[in-house]
Design a protein around this ligand. Structure first.
Ligand code: UDX
Ligand code: ADP
Length: 461
């Protein structure tokens, strides 16, 4: 017999919690899904009548929220009440890398997880299944269990089952990934709790795609999957530098190796380096874990994936400065794209952050345009100061960012950047004008025919 789930509570209404719960609500009309967050602005925005103003932009998400909000999908700040009525609680809070203290720069800061566990321990009633959704270091479930069981009064009838159900969605394709996942991973010890979560997924996912493991395998699989994906990006980016000096073309190399079915063609796109909230954080967690267990060679191996990513970002800044005669002081540079990838408004760990900061230090005047990221977000990520006033502005229009520029730097692979009007851009820019395409999305010939100089990552001829 499995536990019947009628009320779900999700703690954390962010990029994972919001879309995941929307898809559950859309597929399980018999379950009430309550998404809670301590961030009032975020909740207000989830409840916005203007569906284009939801706090998370994901293709297809607004339509689902429109269909289910107020019916079986609710967004609220009342964390305690929603915990108290829940049969199943997803923890989907943020777990950023620690900034200070032991493990700073590597280990995840689990204070939001701990806080959630304490709230659950205090306000839940009866038998509750607690699902780890956030990406976490291995053995976090142990911490959650200790908090849940440690602080409870033995006579209060509370009972907890902790299971791990890592999320593999990628931003920009979250709804599709949640609707048609490659696999759903559930790790745990209690068969009834596992079955209860499995039953939820069975409303739209085939049983063969649901994999159950022990808790630690589930937690480690998530870190390992992200580490492997990030490793492919660092591998192809490292080869892009070799292409530039030898006259090879990285796009051709990627196709050639990707046709080998053992390698496969996905995740071989060169770029300015990986961004997003997961890859770097998860690899740092892996490195920290390996060092903890004295596996220093393993730790060094994975650390290199991050080092190459940072190096790629620095390389792009150097390349731009070199192309503009060794100095960009006082020169206008148009930055096209600030999100860490297309189809999201998320800027966490976006390679554009480091590159823009370095360009400002070099004295450039940046004009940044992104179709989905607002100016406040850009200024926040770049630690905007008074002294930046002449060096940083954002534009609401793509072509405005190109006006009088010596170079434009394409940072994100937005669709609209694939169809740039180079004839128009060429007349707007100062000569000699450069287009540096870090995503290899433009038509090089069209740009060159319009009189522009072109550089692509991994293609320098
Ligand atoms: C990633 C994982 O894909 C997902 O399974 C996990 O749940 C969360 O972390 P996400 O960070 O949202 O998802 O996006 P992803 O598509 O993986 O891209 C991450 C970064 O790698 C982006 O900056 C992207 O531009 C870059 N990337 C991706 C490349 O540079 N080249 C590629 O071929 C693919
Ligand atoms: P992710 O990408 O993992 O979803 P986000 O930062 O987008 O991460 O979302 C995490 C959310 O969790 C934030 O909106 C944050 O306010 C919320 N949060 C953190 N701690 C708590 C808590 N104790 N109770 C409720 N919400 C929380």
């Amino acid at each position: 017999m499995s536990i019947d789930i009628k009320q779900i509570c999700c703690i954390g209404a962010g990029y994972v919690g919001g879309p995941t719960m929307a898809v559950i609500a859309d597929n399980c009309h018999h379950i009430q899904v309550n998404v809670v967050d301590i961030n009032k602005t975020r909740i207000t925005n989830w409840n916005n009548d203007d569906f284009s103003k939801l706090p998370v932009y994901e293709p297809g998400l607004a339509e689902i929220v429109k269909r289910r909000r107020g019916i079986n999908l609710h967004f609220s700040c009342d964390v305690n009440h929603n915990i108290s009525i829940a049969d199943m609680i997803f923890i989907s809070v943020n777990t950023p890398t620690k900034l200070k203290g032991i493990g700073a720069g590597q280990a995840s800061d689990l204070k939001w997880i701990e806080e959630s566990a304490r709230q659950i321990s205090k306000y839940s009633k009866g038998e509750t299944i607690v699902v780890e959704k956030s990406t976490l270091p291995v053995k976090t479930a142990e911490t959650i269990k200790l908090i849940l069981n440690g602080s409870k009064d033995k006579s209060d009838g509370k009972k907890f089952h902790v299971i791990s159900n890592p999320e593999f969605l990628a931003e920009g394709s979250a709804i599709d990934d949640l609707s048609h996942p490659d696999r759903v991973l559930i790790g745990g010890e209690n068969d009834q709790a596992i079955k209860a979560l499995e039953n939820i997924y069975l409303n739209w996912i085939n049983k063969e795609k649901i994999l159950t493991t022990n808790l630690w395998s589930s937690e480690l699989s998530k870190l390992t999957a992200n580490a492997f994906l990030a490793q492919r990006i660092s591998s192809i980016n490292s080869i892009s530098a070799l292409c530039e000096v030898t006259g090879a073309n990285i796009n051709e190399v990627a196709i050639a190796i990707g046709m080998d079915h053992r390698i496969g063609s996905k995740f071989l796109k060169v770029g300015p380096g990986f961004g997003g909230s997961c890859f770097k954080k998860d690899i740092l967690n892996l490195v920290y874990l390996c060092r903890y267990y004295n596996l220093n060679e393993v730790a060094d191996y994975w650390q290199k994936v991050i080092d190459i990513n940072f190096w790629q970002q620095k390389r792009i800044t150097h390349k731009l400065v070199k192309k503009l005669f060794g100095t960009i002081s006082g020169k206008k540079i148009g930055i096209l794209g600030f999100a860490f990838k297309a189809n999201t408004n998320d800027t966490r760990e976006s390679p554009a952050i480091q590159i823009c900061k370095d360009l400002i230090i070099e004295g450039a005047e940046l004009r940044i345009y992104d179709p989905k990221v607002n100016n406040l977000q850009i200024e926040k990520e770049l630690d905007f100061k008074e002294s930046f006033t002449n060096h940083l502005s954002t534009t609401a229009n793509l072509y405005e960012a190109c006006l009088d520029a010596d170079a434009i730097l394409i940072m994100t692979e937005w669709e609209e950047f694939k169809r740039l009007d180079f004839t128009k851009i060429s007349t707007m820019m100062r000569k000699p004008s450069w287009v540096l395409d870090t995503r290899n999305i433009i038509d090089r010939k069209k740009a060159k025919d319009a009189g522009l100089n072109v550089w692509n990552v991994g293609v320098d001829y």
